[in-house]
Design a protein. Sequence first.
Length: 121
Amino acid sequence: MRICVTGTGASLDAPIDPAFGRARYFLLVDSETLAVEALENAPGAHGAGVEAAQRMAERGVKAVITGNVGPNAFQGLSMAGIEIFTGATGTARQAVEAYQAGTLTRANSPTRGGHGRGLRT
């Protein structure tokens, strides 16, 4: 299965990038072989989360692992049937291992407000 892990670098040893839509890299990982395709992310000024969600759907991603996800990305990923796991820390490799072990937290709602802001309560 293809999963996406947000990374600050282009390898599984890179730290998790805490933001989905504006992540430096999307690491597309085969969860069985750990083969990685690194996609550099170049988000525009607006719509980064929506654009990123569309890219993941087009690439056949079934799950996203990241630190946080905003409302537009959350909606786009959810509508595409992509599972979202937030709160990931450490390296991309550690996140994949946690996914395989079933210890990640599945997001039921956005963890950030739009444009990188914290959620309003």
